[in-house]
Design a protein around this ligand. Structure first.
Ligand code: COA
Length: 243
């Protein structure tokens, strides 16, 4: 059971206890203090979960996934500086030097540390321990329990199933551990590979966002796809009963 679930149980148990206390007409100040301690401990435990980076360590057959680190800069620069990698991402500007990659890493690591809006994993090749790509959630919303999926893979490793393997693991973590309700993504319709990755992860097309970005001197469309928690869990249950 996740810490978040434990918190919810603690908070709910407290509400029941508070009801009992209320029925015995206890001093309201006492109730306020108990409420404060209960809510604080709940937030505290959730933050504990997010602060410990190791809670996010994941493993697939061929890769280890762990949160982005500053020391990934050299490996990442190898592909963030490649125009072919960047051309359909829409927002991700080509890195002209390694300092831009360092700044990009720092920005995302800080966004994670400050408010958990981004949870992005480096994809490490188990054989070499090199970061050969990244995959993760941007714009996580705790209010709506949703997150946007994104990824990129070093061009030397394209068409080897890297993005699909990593994205499937990250989506599973999103629904089963973070308990998201919705995971969504957009891709440039010319980016055949990305469209295939998302469909292999069972995201379904929801629409076409026309001329969403102005990127590289032109307006570009994005195909919008999504998957809901109930759809993911139903598919997972169906798969496990077929096996
Ligand atoms: C999109 C991207 C992450 C795919 O990575 P990948 O590890 O090569 O993807 P996979 O190997 O899991 O391939 C998934 C499918 O796409 C196909 N594919 C991969 N690269 C392709 C390409 N350049 N052209 C056509 N199809 C391609 C694969 O053959 C596979 O299809 P299949 O299952 O029918 O054989 C990679 O091309 C990339 O980093 N692109 C630049 C960054 C980017 O566009 N990110 C997405 C932003 S929305």
């Amino acid at each position: 059971m996740s810490d978040i679930n434990i918190c919810a149980i603690i908070a709910n148990s407290y509400l029941i206890i508070e009801g009992v206390i209320m029925s015995f007409k206890v001093n309201p100040l006492f109730i306020f203090v108990i409420t404060f301690i209960s809510n604080f401990s709940c937030v505290w435990a959730m933050e504990d979960y997010f602060v410990d980076d190791d809670n996010f360590n994941l493993e697939t057959e061929r890769f280890r996934l762990r949160l982005l680190r500053p020391e990934d800069a050299a490996d990442m620069f190898e592909f963030t500086s490649n125009p072919d990698v960047v051309k359909y991402t829409g927002l991700f500007e080509l890195h002209k030097n390694i300092d831009e990659t360092k700044a990009w890493l720092e920005e995302h690591i800080n966004r994670y540390k400050n408010n958990n809006y981004d949870i992005i994993w480096s994809i490490l090749d188990k054989d070499t321990n090199n970061a050969i790509g990244f995959c993760g959630f941007e714009e996580c919303s705790t209010r709506d329990s949703k997150a946007e999926l994104g990824y990129a893979v070093n061009h030397k490793y394209w068409k080897m199933g890297v993005a699909t393997e990593a994205a499937q693991k990250v989506i599973d973590f999103g629904f089963n551990v973070l308990e998201l309700n919705r995971i969504w993504a957009t891709y440039d319709p010319r980016n055949i590979a990305s469209g295939k990755v998302l469909k292999k992860c069972n995201l379904v097309q929801e629409g076409l966002l026309r001329q969403l970005y102005f990127f590289n001197g032109e307006y570009v469309d994005r195909v919008m796809l999504g998957i809901l928690r109930k759809e993911y869990l139903a598919k997972q249950n169906a798969d496990s009963s077929n096996n």
